[in-house]
Design a protein around this ligand. Structure first.
Ligand code: KG4
Ligand code: ZN
Length: 310
């Protein structure tokens, strides 16, 4: 079985072809981040127009790369929630068009649930149930993947998302949007104990206090060394904060398998911190290539395919 998958929930237009052996046959992702950077964030109207302009080309290119004929496609999967309304509308309309033209079933997929299962793509031995950390510019949640249709959110942010904080702090340090990846690189060269990040004491994630704390420091410091120290204190601080809760929940619900997804799951620091904790406490840690962590259609296809088959 081959599924054509579409992801347009935010600013990236992505189309992929996946098969029922969890292989990604091809994926084409068009990023227009540079055009949003001048506004300091994603502008919904512009994102929707970009999707409209790119989606047909992305789909044709994914088909060409895969060598699959249109007649070989068995179903269409599309992210229909949550996300920017106009952007989602472009993806779902395109998916409906293909489904009607080819008389194919359409599978509507939750974008966050797809992030939660993205590690399945390159880890053949990973199957539900497992615990997943979804950490991106819009979400920060610990999710139990019971099976492909049954997800339980254990912890989620009550205010900002982790990636949003990284991007906003970076902006206050003069780094262009989205600054998360730059802070992650800088963190390796700074002193992570220089500034002490406050840890929220509530029974959920919260990042707004951390954001205010870091922005206040960012406004006061000038030297490149101090900027590296702030990056290290913040990125290691957030990585420790989320991974401690992730591991605690895994202990509580007695899960041994831990996966990560979402743009911030590209962070080398976060990967290093979680890997270390998992090794010390005998958890299996699953990660995947960065292109499958940030917004992508392969994860939509993998979840859609498995929901269709379950
Ligand atoms: O999943 P994603 O592509 O889009 C959303 O659904 O939000 O995540 C984007 C977020 C941005 O906040 C970006 O700064 C962050 O992921 N990000 C990173 C890294 N690469 C992307 N954060 C830390 N380290 C990275 N290497
Ligand atoms: Zn996302």
């Amino acid at each position: 079985m081959i599924v054509l998958a579409i992801e347009t929930s935010c600013d990236d237009t992505s189309v992929a072809l996946v098969d029922d052996k969890k292989h990604v046959l091809a994926m084409q992702t068009v990023s227009r981040l540079k055009e949003h950077a001048k506004f300091g964030g994603v502008v919904p109207e512009i994102a929707a127009r970009h999707h409209e302009a790119s989606i047909l080309c992305a789909a044709e290119s994914a088909l060409n790369l895969s060598g699959i004929k249109k007649s070989e496609i068995s179903a269409v999967a599309v992210a229909d929630r949550p996300g920017l309304k106009g952007s989602l509308l472009v993806g779902t309309s395109f998916a409906k068009g293909i489904s009607l033209a080819g008389n194919l079933p359409i599978i509507c997929v939750d974008h966050i649930e797809a992030h939660a299962v993205s590690c399945i793509i390159e880890n053949n031995n990973l199957n539900p149930p497992f615990l997943s950390l979804v950490i991106s510019g819009g979400h920060t949640s610990v999710i139990e993947v019971k099976n492909y249709k049954n997800f339980k959110v254990y912890f989620k942010t009550i205010d900002d998302a982790a990636g949003e904080v990284l991007d906003k702090v970076a902006r206050n340090m003069g780094i262009a949007y989205p600054g998360g990846a730059v802070l992650d690189k800088m963190a390796k060269f700074g002193d992570k104990n220089k500034f002490k990040m406050p840890i929220p004491k509530i029974n959920n994630f919260s990042f707004s206090g951390i954001k205010t704390w870091a922005i206040n420091i960012a406004k006061k410091i000038n030297s490149e060394d101090e900027k590296k120290d702030l990056a290290a204190s913040l990125v290691y601080g957030i990585s420790n904060y989320v991974s401690e809760n992730l591991i605690r929940i895994a202990h509580e619900i007695n899960y041994k398998k831990i996966a990560i997804g979402g743009g911030v799951a590209c962070s080398e620091v976060l990967r290093e911190v979680i890997a270390k904790k998992c090794q010390e406490q005998n958890f299996e840690f699953y990660k995947t290539q960065k292109k499958y962590c940030s917004d992508n259609a392969a994860m939509i296809g993998i979840l859609g395919m498995n929901q269709f088959l379950e």
